[in-house]
Design a protein around this ligand. Structure first.
Ligand code: NAP
Length: 342
């Protein structure tokens, strides 16, 4: 945190984006606040068709009106729409993907940004039966990414950008205890959050390996840096006051959005992902808050655990483990969630 501003002196703020075509469709989750709100606004102002996938649709519509007013100096209306998505319900995720895929239109970029870090709260289990950090930060985005593959193939070359965190470096995932509920390990909010972010990186690495290059889909994880958002709203008052004393060192949401915007639009990302794949590199591309390729944690390089996390995740999200292959071949898959349930 102390050095992030110095290390990013080379970056402009806001990140200059290339002009984007109105048919270039970017779906951003959790964009009514924080980093996601900046990602959605900046992609729309660059000309893209932006889909705000949010749990509070009213707030999203109010934001669009505001952005449109602020943007009225330009003659073109912003090309943004809102769709409801609640990551605490895997049914909501599956229904969202069904609704989107039913349009039979291309999707070029999926940005899995929404996330939670419930500091100081007791361990919470979702109605689907999963620890909430694991569900919101990993399982639900994993289900969304897989179910949207048909649309991403249509939009190829396309990208899945997962907003990760450097905190995954202190994370640990036991594929046999993804909910941290067996008592083998003590649950803390930090263990829940960091484990979910590590699981996301591991799953992304295996997804990247399972996607053949002909599918034309790149999978990238990004770290936004330490960003002043609502994210740490549950921190104790004292810690909040202390962090507010050092505003210089924290990124603004605009600055925190840069790594995701870079991963979504930089022209060299696909080539970089292909190179990692051809080198049989164990992890997917990881872009730092400096908008440079970096290495995820040592644990993320553990391929055996990553494959186990993949298998366990597929089981938890109710998909057969050969789903990716089937979707690539244009076959239908059955999901435990959504309207086409088993
Ligand atoms: N801030 C940081 O320092 C930091 C550092 C590293 C990584 N990150 C990552 O950056 C991402 C964005 O975080 P942020 O800092 O911008 O936090 P934020 O201001 O709290 O925004 C989080 C967004 O996620 C949405 N969300 C939460 N639960 C959801 C659910 N069940 N279904 C759908 N959407 C949901 C929120 O929706 P509402 O608007 O309805 O609440 C909000 O729009 C997260 O993945 C986080 O892990 C943040």
């Amino acid at each position: 945190m102390l050095f992030q501003r110095i290390m990013t002196r080379h970056l402009h703020n806001p990140m200059p984006l290339p002009p984007l075509h109105p048919d270039f469709t970017c779906l951003v989750t959790g964009c009514t606040n924080g980093i996601g709100r900046e990602i959605a606004r900046q992609l729309a102002e660059a000309g893209a068709h932006v889909v705000m996938a949010v749990r509070n649709t009213t707030r999203a519509n109010v934001l669009i009106e505001k952005w449109q007013c602020d943007w009225s100096k330009m003659s073109l209306p912003l090309n943004i729409e809102v769709m409801e998505l609640n990551l605490l319900s895997l049914d909501s995720v599956a229904r969202f993907a069904e609704a989107w895929n039913a349009r039979s239109v291309p999707l070029h970029v999926l940005i899995n940004n929404a996330g939670i870090f419930s500091i100081g709260e007791p361990q919470k289990i979702s109605k689907d039966g999963f620890e909430e950090h694991m569900q919101v930060n990993h399982l639900a985005p994993a289900l969304l990414s897989i179910l949207l593959l048909p649309s991403l193939i249509r939009g190829s070359p396309s990208r899945i950008v997962n907003v990760s965190s450097t905190i995954h470096h202190v994370g640990f995932v036991d594929p046999e205890d993804m909910n941290v509920s067996t008592g083998k390990r003590k649950y803390t909010n930090l263990a829940g959050y960091s484990g979910s972010k590590l699981a996301q990186v591991m799953f992304s690495s295996i997804l990247n390996k399972k996607l053949p290059s002909k599918a034309g889909i790149s999978v990238v994880c990004v770290s936004p840096g330490v960003v002043q958002t609502n994210f740490a709203r549950d921190l104790s008052k004292i810690v909040q006051i202390v962090t507010r004393l050092f505003p210089y060192y924290k990124f603004s949401p605009e600055e925190g959005a840069r790594s995701a915007l870079f991963a979504a639009t930089d022209t060299q990302i696909s080539e970089f992902c292909k190179k990692l794949e051809s080198d049989d590199w164990p992890v997917c591309a990881f872009i730092s808050h400096e908008c440079r390729p970096t290495n995820p944690s040592e644990e993320a390089h553990n391929l055996e655990t990553s494959y186990n996390v993949w298998e366990k995740t597929m089981e938890m999200i109710g998909l057969p483990s050969d789903t990716v292959q089937k979707l690539i071949e244009g076959q239908q898959v059955k999901c435990r969630y959504g309207s086409h349930q088993d």
